[in-house]
Design a protein around this ligand. Structure first.
Ligand code: SAJ
Length: 422
């Protein structure tokens, strides 16, 4: 087996589980991250991110001596780069993290090494990474110039795991392997076969890049369709949840669910990588992004209208006396991840423009993150239900589905997920 030591660069939501799973297969894994705090936490056998069961796997990997974290890259037989690829400016992909990760591993590369880019990337990023590596190591040969006889093998193998199910999906999902040459792909497959039980399917690097972007854009476009339907149905006085249930009875129709907007770090970002490369052609993909991005504003307008209607019905009441409870802050159901969450942005906007009390109900967290504590009050379901005049349901957590319609009686409900309105 050619891989005695594997290095994973970027110990975040993808890199850390990947490193831990290699280690659980008794490979020597060197995790590299620029964040000293994360490195220290991992070396204590703990984790700095939220993902079910990951703590146990990392703890075992570190205590058994298979996983070690460091801020400085060390020699290895394979390098997996799993760093963020955010966008900057007008939704232009920012390859800065890939650039610095590749420049940091370049000095320790040796003949025969495999370098894999796992980060979700715009088309051409793998070739760009190969160019940065070649520039830093003129003494080694690379696939872009030496093809199958290169010293270094390079591939793009995008991650496709669902947050909350990462450990299961890492092993079970099929994997798209985009080598810069067939030999690069073959070596990448032998690396992933250490733990992947799904199929490893070979293509080239550009197709692999586009495949990952296509998967998330497909989901984004489909959610945008559902979100647009919800706005149309609101105008036409039709229950969109019932409508979608009925339409989905057709054997070839499968409409997704509307919500308050699209959150997370992937689906709201990746389609822009296609748009920025082909702005004139990617019209539907751009529009879907715009539809989904504008949904929080629409929900906010609904809340303002609800407050106005309530005051009209109760002329003796003032807006200061109206309590609004926002149910859910996470970016999707049954998780505690608040990052890039439309529910958080809607709740913050309500708190900023409503003079009365705004209660944030998120049963998955015990306290608010520091940056929200000044602006929001965290409340329990039991406290918020009797206090609220208006309830804005933002996340379809199981906890909220258990609330009975009697408990909601007398409250004005804005249900963006259709768990009560359906
Ligand atoms: N959402 C809706 N309606 C739906 C489905 C989702 O409004 O019917 C919203 C969710 O509430 C959430 C957002 O979309 O705010 C994204 O959630 P998600 O569960 O669709 O996806 P993510 O961001 O957790 O993970 C996605 C996955 N991609 C696909 O399913 C195509 C995952 O497999 C990827 O690995 C991940 O992005 C990634 O890292 O790219």
């Amino acid at each position: 087996m050619p891989f005695n030591t594997i290095s994973v660069v970027g110990l975040g939501y993808i890199g850390l589980p990947t490193a831990a799973v290699f280690a659980s297969r008794k490979k020597q894994v060197i995790g590299v991250d620029v964040n000293q705090n994360a490195v220290d936490i991992i070396n204590r056998g703990q984790i700095h991110i939220v993902e079910p069961d990951l703590d146990m796997v990392v703890h075992a990997a570190v205590t058994e001596g298979y996983l070690r974290a460091t801020t400085r890259p060390e020699p290895a037989d394979a390098f997996l780069i799993a760093v963020p690829t955010p966008f900057k400016g007008d939704h232009e992909p920012d390859l800065g993290y890939i650039e610095s990760a590749s420049k940091s591993i370049a000095p320790v590369l040796k003949k025969g090494d495999l370098v894999i880019l796992e980060s979700t990337s715009p088309v051409g990023a793998t070739e760009q990474m190969a160019a940065w590596l070649a520039e830093a190591r003129p003494d080694l040969s690379f696939p872009q110039t030496h093809g199958e006889s290169s010293d270094i093998r390079i591939a793009h193998c995008p991650e496709r795991v669902l947050p909350g199910h990462v450990l299961h999906e890492l092993v079970q999902n099929d994997r798209v392997i985009g080598g810069m040459t067939p030999k690069c792909s073959a070596l990448a497959i032998s690396l992933y076969k250490i733990f992947v039980q799904g199929e490893c399917i070979v293509t080239n690097a550009r197709t692999a890049e586009m495949c990952k972007l296509t998967e998330n854009s497909s989901r984004d476009v489909n959610i945008a369709f559902a979100n647009e339907l919800s706005i149309i149905c609101d105008k036409l006085d039709i229950n969109v949840w019932e409508l979608i249930r009925l339409a989905n009875r057709h054997p070839r129709v499968n409409i997704l669910q509307p919500g308050p907007g699209v959150g997370g770090h992937c689906i709201a970002v990746d389609p822009w990588f296609i748009v920025s490369k082909t702005p004139d052609e990617a019209r539907l993909i751009r529009t879907a992004r715009e539809v989904n991005d504008s949904k929080p504003e629409w929900v906010l307008d609904k809340v303002k209208i609800a407050v106005a209607e309530l005051l009209q019905k109760n002329p003796l009441k003032t807006a200061y006396e109206v309590t609004i409870a926002c149910f859910g802050l996470a970016f999707k159901p049954d998780i505690d991840d608040l990052r890039e969450s439309p529910a958080v942005s809607i709740t913050l906007n309500i708190a900023a423009c409503h003079p009365g009390r705004v209660l944030a109900v998120e049963p998955h967290i015990e306290k608010l993150p520091a940056k929200l504590t000044n602006q929001l009050t965290l409340s329990s379901i039991d406290h918020a239900l009797p206090e609220a005049d208006i309830i804005v349901l933002l996340v379809d957590h199981k906890f909220f589905k258990e609330i009975s319609l009697e408990q909601l009686e007398g409250r004005k409900i804005i249900d963006t997920r259709g768990i009560w309105n359906s």
